[in-house]
Design a protein. Sequence first.
Length: 115
Amino acid sequence: MKKKKNYIDNKEFEALILAYKENPKENEDELVKMFDLLISNIIGSFNFKIDPDDAKQDCFALILKIIKNFAPKKGTAFNYFTTIIINNLKLIYTKEKKYRLKIEKFIEMESKKLD
C-alpha cells in the first residue's frame, strides 16, 4: 500500500522520536522532515493568520526544547506534538493580534492629533 505524501504514521513517528533521543545526529534529518510535514499541515488546516515561515521556525524551536519530555506511555507522538504545535500557534496568533491592535490604536491616535 502506497503512503500518502501528507500522512504521518504514528508508529513510525514514535520510533523515529525515540531513535532521535538515543542518537540525535543520525536521525535528525528524517525527524525534521516529519515535523516539517506536521507543522505545515497544521498551519494549512487551521489557517492561522500568521507568517507561516516565522511560525514554523518558532514551532521547531519549541519542539527541540520539549522533545526530551515525550514518553510513549503518556500518549501518542502525533497527539502530543499536534497539541503542542496548535497551542503554540494559538499563542503566536494572539500575540500578533494584540500587537496589530496596539499599532492600529497608535495610528488612530496619531491621526487624530494631526486633525
